[in-house]
Write a protein of this length. Structure first.
Length: 203
């Protein structure tokens, strides 16, 4: 009995550390628990179910560290905005390189006032919608290369379309709009940022 209680407490601690290390907000954390065990509370789980949850978090990138220091140190590393939403981590740490590009475009679209919420929490919601018809992914950080490419191209098309509309609405030469449609994503962004036709880095 004592051993079982000790193991349960150990798993509780590790799972809570994993939640912090993976930067899971409460809703995403509860959804993951339910997806793995059918339960959204650790206290309602058996020892075997707790082990399943921990294994799931390890597959998502959780790396167990010493319990004494990891809880506080991981809390310090989490970036949050004033509303408590998670912000994207520093680039270069994603397992899939395209994920850094996805985050960069998402944040840029927020700066351009195309989206209202540039947080990682909002990006995760977008990713869930984009992957819902396949095997739903709950966080941008967990996209595989194929999924990341699909999300990236979707964002680029969205961003390009919005910027083109702004450029074309301000262009004094309507015939030039036909040429704009052949421009690549990067060319459209450069045209907008360079201020041609009244564009600006921030709307």
């Amino acid at each position: 009995m004592h051993t079982t209680t000790s193991n349960t407490k150990r798993l509780f601690t590790l799972i809570n550390i994993a939640k912090i290390q993976l930067q899971l907000d409460e809703a995403l954390y509860r959804n993951m628990l339910k997806h793995v065990t059918g339960k959204n509370s650790l206290r309602a789980m058996t020892l075997n179910e707790l082990e399943q949850v921990l294994e799931c978090f390890k597959q998502k990138g959780f790396k167990p560290t010493r319990v004494k220091t990891s809880l506080n140190s991981d809390k310090k590393r989490i970036k949050r905005n004033i509303k408590g939403k998670r912000l994207s981590p520093v680039s270069g740490k994603a397992k899939v390189a395209l994920i850094d590009k996805i985050r960069a475009i998402w944040i840029t679209m927020s700066h351009h006032n195309i989206i209202q919420d540039g947080s990682e929490t909002a990006l995760d919601s977008y990713v869930r919608r984009m992957t819902k018809s396949q095997q739903q992914v709950d966080s941008v950080a967990w996209l595989n290369p194929q999924q990341a490419n699909r999300v990236l191209e979707s964002l680029k098309n969205w961003h390009r379309r919005e910027l083109l509309e702004r450029i074309q609405s301000r262009s004094p030469n309507k015939n030039a709009n036909l040429n704009h449609k052949t421009l690549s994503y990067n060319q459209v962004v450069d045209l907008y940022l360079n201020g041609a036709y009244g564009g600006a880095a921030h709307e």
